[in-house]
Design a protein around this ligand. Structure first.
Ligand code: GDP
Length: 331
């Protein structure tokens, strides 16, 4: 395998020239857990960084079955017809254990995947959401450097993954169904609050009336939230991905959004904030790893737990003591 490896410069040149084969191989390096690949990945990212960032980053979420891949297929084609190049990545927390459930299936988005201007990459796997999020975000930078000016990051509407997607995108799109209760759809208030746009999908046939009703309900619900710092008022629309109705309107809204936030400065402010947060998230993860990964700390913690239960030491004092022990290990 190592024999097949390209030089860092070959990856960099390939990505910057928009070579899809090299882009895929570079993403494989990003996703690799081999120490030698991690070093290579660092060099590649460092070199392409100045060429990244020139895209509209769109997060797409919604429960399995809501129609994400059907929507993205039609939406992607629409954007490409407007002259854009679109990359589609995903964060799939379930792929940490089993084979990915989203984007893993090769039959998904078949028509889109044959287009020269579309790049579809199945979800990375990893031990932690933080690790998977890192890989997806760095893959996004590579796609941008390769000339993709729209990046879609898909995730399922459960767990923490949508917070991760929200933290790396400019616009957050939530797909929903009419008639299914919020709880049924696994939609927590926090997710609604992140949404810049809610699309009630499958608004066709017998579903049209129900969907319009749901649209009004969600529109009202969203107006209760305090206005976002972006200055954008979230919109709720209906669409049918299979009949290609209302899908182009989603792009119109995203275009309006980006015009607004570029003009009022929020676009850059948010991007800067996200980059800084990305660093701190990694520091926090690494610190936790360093602390809990230490054998000394682990055995002392076991002893402290017993003392706490026996009321021999207060939880606060125990925490202070263990941090002192940790600090001493660096002296
Ligand atoms: P995902 O799991 O969110 O990616 O959902 P899929 O895109 O795989 O769609 C799940 C099912 O819903 C498929 O059978 C689709 O054909 C169907 N579907 C998707 N969008 C629509 C729509 O707008 N209208 C109708 N009637 N069915 C849809």
């Amino acid at each position: 395998k190592a024999k097949n490896r390209l030089t860092a410069q070959a990856y960099i040149d390939g990505v910057l020239s928009g070579n899809r084969v090299i882009l895929s191989r570079a993403i494989t390096v990003i996703e690799s857990n081999l120490e030698s690949d991690k070093l290579l990945a660092k060099d590649i990212i460092q070199a392409i960084l100045p060429a990244s960032g020139n895209s509209v980053r769109i997060g797409v979420t919604g429960v399995p079955g809501v129609g994400k891949s059907t929507f993205i297929e039609v939406f992607g084609k629409h954007i490409i017809n407007q002259g854009h190049k679109v990359a589609i990545l995903s964060i799939d927390p379930s792929s940490q254990r089993s084979k990915g459930s989203i984007l893993g299936d090769k039959t998904r988005m078949e028509a889109l995947s044959t287009l020269e201007s579309a790049y579809i990459r199945p979800s990375a796997s990893g031990d932690t959401l933080g690790g998977v999020a890192n890989k997806t975000a760095e893959s996004m930078l590579l796609c941008e450097a390769a000339g993709y000016d729209v990046v879609l990051i898909e995730t399922v509407g459960v767990g923490q993954s949508e917070t991760a997607v929200h933290g790396m995108t400019d616009f957050f799109l939530l797909l929903m169904l009419a008639g299914a209760g919020d709880e049924l759809q696994g939609i927590k208030k926090g997710i609604m609050e992140m949404a810049d746009m809610v699309v009630i999908n499958k608004a066709d046939g017998d579903n049209i009336k129900k969907s319009e009703l749901a649209r009004l309900q969600y529109q009202n619900a969203l107006h209760i939230f305090p206005q976002s710092e972006s200055g954008w008022m979230p919109v709720v629309t209906t669409a049918s991905s299979t009949k290609n109705i209302g899908v182009d309107a989603v792009w119109d809204e995203i275009t309006k959004y980006t015009e607004l936030v570029v003009k009022n400065g929020y676009f850059n402010k948010n991007r800067n904030h996200q980059k800084i947060r990305w660093m701190y998230n990694n520091i926090n993860e690494a610190l936790k790893h360093l602390f809990y990964g230490s054998k000394d700390i682990a055995s002392k913690l076991t002893a402290l737990e017993k003392q706490i239960i026996a009321s021999e030491i207060s939880p606060v004092k125990a925490a202070q003591d263990i941090i002192e022990t940790f600090k001493k290990s660096f002296e």
